[in-house]
Design a protein around this ligand. Structure first.
Ligand code: MN
Length: 292
């Protein structure tokens, strides 16, 4: 099996606020070489690196807004988020939990810091990923999967190296919690200092790593510090990561859909006409109703 090399290490760009509750560094699609095509089917990755929110009686976040044509996946590392959508999905996710919302034909939703958490505030750290849907599934029924950390399969690594949480896809035969529309893997590697983990992911799967905590060395030669993002080349399947200190690493890898992408704001479709339709449907109330 050929080794998959590191194509680029991206340092976080200046952060911006999404609503008033998410202070994010965008990697996909705004970083050079990380556009929607390059990371297909992962079309957006916002990273709220560790940030201390002061106490607030009014929860911070993003008010009611629409989505169509893809899934939003929120992975909580620190802090707590409350979500509600017009298809009836909703809930609270906290440290270690994952929220998987399939917008598909369209939902309205809102995303806020959880009310009680807001009152004390504290360190907040989260990733939001947008995963594109295949054309045939874009107009299917919306869905919602709430995945608590206790439900996520964990693969213990040899030599006290740590563990791999399988959020979606699989690792060494352990299948992940989430139901997906296309073949992809989302893993959290939680490694002890000097712990090593091996990966073998199909060469054509677009693959990247985000170092959430600590620092790692990929393939014994490429150092990636905290909050940096490593894009892996499509030149092999096998790679190794080693923690130089206790580390948490998000690994995303997906088979490209290789379909045309027409994206504008909260809508990601295949053609311009479908985008126009999405705006019309939204403006005429076809996404349902959700109270502010
Ligand atoms: Mn949203």
């Amino acid at each position: 099996m050929k080794t998959r090399s590191v194509e680029m290490v991206a340092t976080p760009k200046a952060p911006h606020f999404v609503g008033d509750g998410f202070r994010v560094h965008n990697f996909i699609p705004s970083y050079p070489m990380l556009d929607m095509q390059r990371m297909d089917p992962f079309i957006m990755l916002d990273y709220n690196s560790k940030y201390n929110f002061p106490p607030s009686e009014i929860p911070k976040g993003v008010g009611v807004h629409p989505h169509r044509g893809f899934e939003t996946v929120t992975i909580a590392y620190e802090g707590s988020v409350e979500h509600q959508d017009s298809s009836g999905g909703g809930g609270v996710i906290g440290r270690g939990d994952v929220q998987w919302m399939t917008a598909a034909s369209g939902v309205l939703h809102k995303e806020f810091h959880e009310t009680e958490w807001s009152k004390t505030g504290g360190v907040f750290q989260m990733v939001q990923l947008w995963i594109n849907l295949p054309a045939k599934d874009k107009m299917s029924k919306p869905g919602y999967q709430s995945i608590l950390n206790s439900e996520i399969p964990k693969v213990t690594l040899a030599d006290d190296a740590g563990l791999i949480e399988v959020i979606a896809g699989e690792y060494n035969g352990s299948k992940g919690s989430a139901t997906t529309f296309s073949p992809l893997h989302i893993l959290n590697a939680k490694l002890n200092r000097n712990g090593k983990a091996d990966f073998a992911l199909p060469e054509d799967f677009n693959t990247a790593l985000l170092v959430i905590e600590g620092s790692i060395i990929i393939n014994d030669n490429e150092k990636v510090p905290t909050d940096n993002f490593a894009l892996m080349a499509n030149d092999g399947s096998k790679f190794t990561i080693e923690a130089t200190e206790n580390a948490v690493v998000l690994i995303i890898s997906g088979k490209p859909l290789n379909e045309p992408i027409a994206a504008h704001g909260p809508f990601v479709m295949n053609t311009h006409a479908e985008l126009v339709q999405a705006f019309n449907d939204f403006n005429t109330g076809k996404f349902g109703y959700l109270e502010d």
